[in-house]
Design a protein. Structure first.
Length: 226
């Protein structure tokens, strides 16, 4: 996020667009939970990001408190209250160059989200947390694929969220042709790398990376909220 705030370089533009492409779904989910149709939620999210890119709202983030997750939701609420009616009256796309977002599976993803009574704000936080976890898993899979260990990853990934007391490594050891001790070491390393990547992903959304632990607790809470 720090790179995205500096709009005086081509790298900053790329960084900001990458943030938008990564974290658009929580905004879409928020808009849907607010009662908007699929089409209106797509329009709203697209128009919001077009304005974000045009005006560089990130410059307004307080470097002491800047959390991209919280900032983006506040900015969307202001956009919804002050500018959405005008933007919605325009032809779809608003005549602006849209940010390329993948809408194909957005509604299907929203429909399979648990049917619960989460408020739009809480649903947004949960969708944000899930997005970060998906990015971490993707990075882990890619690393193992590059190292020629994709089978190890596919077998051992189920242990990422398991409590240590619940780890039963015998079947994994048999599937991978490894000793039980070697599998336990591999699980330990996988979980450690998972935590490292999770912290990295979270830190990238903060103006102050030192807030990563605090933000991690907030996201864990969002995942367990009912």
């Amino acid at each position: 996020m720090l790179a995205a705030r500096r709009r005086d370089t081509p790298q900053a533009e790329v960084a900001l667009e990458e943030l938008c492409r990564t974290y658009w779904y929580p905004l879409y989910a928020y808009a849907r939970r607010r009662g908007n149709s699929r089409e209106d939620a797509e329009d709203l999210t697209q128009a919001f990001f077009a304005r974000l890119l045009e005006k560089n709202y990130l410059e307004a983030i307080d470097s002491d408190k800047g959390k991209f997750r919280a900032f983006l939701l506040v900015a969307l609420k202001r956009f919804l209250a002050n500018e959405w009616d005008r933007a919605h009256r325009q032809k779809r796309g608003g005549g602006e160059l849209p940010l390329s977002l993948d809408w194909q599976d957005a509604d299907a993803r929203y429909q399979i989200d648990p049917a619960d009574n989460l408020s739009p704000d809480k649903l947004y936080d949960r969708a944000w947390a899930v997005t970060i976890l998906e990015r971490v898993i993707t990075r882990l899979r890619s690393e193992h694929d590059t190292e020629g260990k994709i089978k190890n990853f596919e077998v051992l990934k189920e242990f990422l969220a398991a409590a240590k007391s619940d780890i039963r490594s015998h079947e994994a050891a048999s599937a991978l042709g490894m000793s039980d001790g070697a599998v336990r070491v591999a699980i330990h390393r996988l979980r450690r790398r998972y935590r490292e990547l999770l912290r990295e992903e979270i830190a990238q959304t903060l103006a102050d990376p030192a807030q990563a632990d605090e933000e991690m607790k907030a996201l864990v809470s969002a995942l367990t909220e009912t």
